[in-house]
Design a protein around this ligand. Structure first.
Ligand code: GTP
Ligand code: MG
Length: 332
């Protein structure tokens, strides 16, 4: 490594405090990771590098679904259930719109007031940033820090936007799709492909006046799921129902997560999935780094606008323009 190892190595006390689960130290480490200041971000990476052997021990659950489906309420209910069972629970969010670009999609409801009062719960709102890639990257690193701090369950909420769902799907062991008690995918704004990557579906708001519709929705989806080929030979994604309000069905939901984990560990799919995710992550970062270097290259930068116009005006082919840019880049 070319970096100056002495200059900003994190102090042993700081690392020890994070390992002990000190929330203020954990929050400080996350702030470093998220910092727009290069020296601080670098310091955050060093903390993560020092702690990486202690990561990997949590059950990682992603939660997605249409706006208003009750993701936050469900996470809070599940979080309370887990805290009562003696778990330490971290809640993270991936919301690419928040808060720098003006207004979060996940909104204030991610505050989770009941759960946030629990000593064994740690709630961190989405990092700010305009690119989903950047937000997801920092959330994944925050997830690792939470594991090093001893949180044994990490719940990640994400908005129902294809790209952020894929990003969260790529960092969790179990991906849960929360449904409203109503019509089909198109009505719920669920993109094709999301149902396919879900490890379970849960129809929320199975209470009060929406209880009957919830049951109908559940059985409709259960039928539909039978024709979707499961990604796993050992797991057929179940369709559950629950009420985040009355907490009915929350215990079954958690049992499902544990059952999935047990089967995946048994079959080797758990390890394979984690390994694939880590590998994919490395290549993601390589791609980001290459794109950054590419755009920052003066020879490339000076040609981009002109070549884009030529392609738009059909004066040259996309391939020829791309090759011209790549030649410039590779020449240095
Ligand atoms: N009746 C009933 N209402 C619920 C339930 N879960 C959530 N709600 C209500 O549904 C609304 C949306 O809940 P949220 O938890 O904020 O939904 P969300 O999916 O996180 O919403 P966004 O983050 O904005 O996409 C709130 O008014 C909740 O009180 C439930 O199980 N039953
Ligand atoms: Mg929410």
């Amino acid at each position: 490594m070319t970096r100056d190892a002495e200059a900003s190595a994190p102090s042993a006390e700081f690392l020890a405090a994070i390992r002990k689960g000190d929330r203020r130290s954990l929050a400080r480490a996350i702030t470093l990771i998220e910092s727009a200041r290069e020296d601080q971000a670098e310091q955050g990476q060093r903390v993560l590098e020092a702690l990486v052997p202690e990561t990997g021990n949590a059950v990682r659950v992603g939660v997605t679904g249409a706006p208003g489906a009750g993701k936050s309420t469900l996470i809070e209910a599940l979080g309370m259930h887990l805290v009562e069972k003696g778990h330490r629970v971290a809640v993270l969010a991936v919301d690419p719109s928040s808060p720098v670009s003006g207004g979060s999609i996940l909104g204030d409801k991610t505050r989770m007031e009941v759960l946030s009062r629990e000593a064994n719960a740690f709630i961190r709102p989405s990092p700010s940033g305009t690119s989903i890639g950047g937000v997801a990257q920092r959330t994944r690193e925050t997830l690792l820090l939470c594991e090093a701090a001893g949180y044994d369950v990490v719940l990640v909420e994400t908005v129902g936007i294809g790209q952020s769902q894929i990003a969260v799907g790529g960092m969790v062991d179990f991906f849960l799709l929360v449904l409203l008690p109503a019509g089909g995918d198109d009505l719920q704004g669920i993109k094709k492909g999301v149902v396919e990557i879900a490890d379970a579906l849960v129809v929320n708001k199975a209470d009060g006046p929406t209880a009957d519709v919830a049951e109908r929705t559940r059985s409709d989806y259960a039928n539909a799921m039978q024709v979707i080929r499961s990604l796993s030979p050992t797991w057929q994604p179940p369709v559950l129902k629950a009420s985040a309000k009355t907490h009915e069905g929350i215990d079954v939901l958690w049992d499902t997560v544990l059952d999935h984990r047990a089967r995946f560990e048994q079959s080797g799919e758990f390890d394979a999935r984690r390994r694939r995710q880590s590998r994919d992550w490395m290549w993601n970062l390589v791609e980001d780094g290459l794109m950054g270097a590419f755009r920052a290259n003066p020879g490339v930068a000076s040609q981009i606008a002109a070549l884009e116009t030529q392609v738009e005006e059909r004066e040259t082919t996309a391939r020829a323009a791309a090759q011209a840019l790549l030649d410039r880049f590779l020449r240095g």
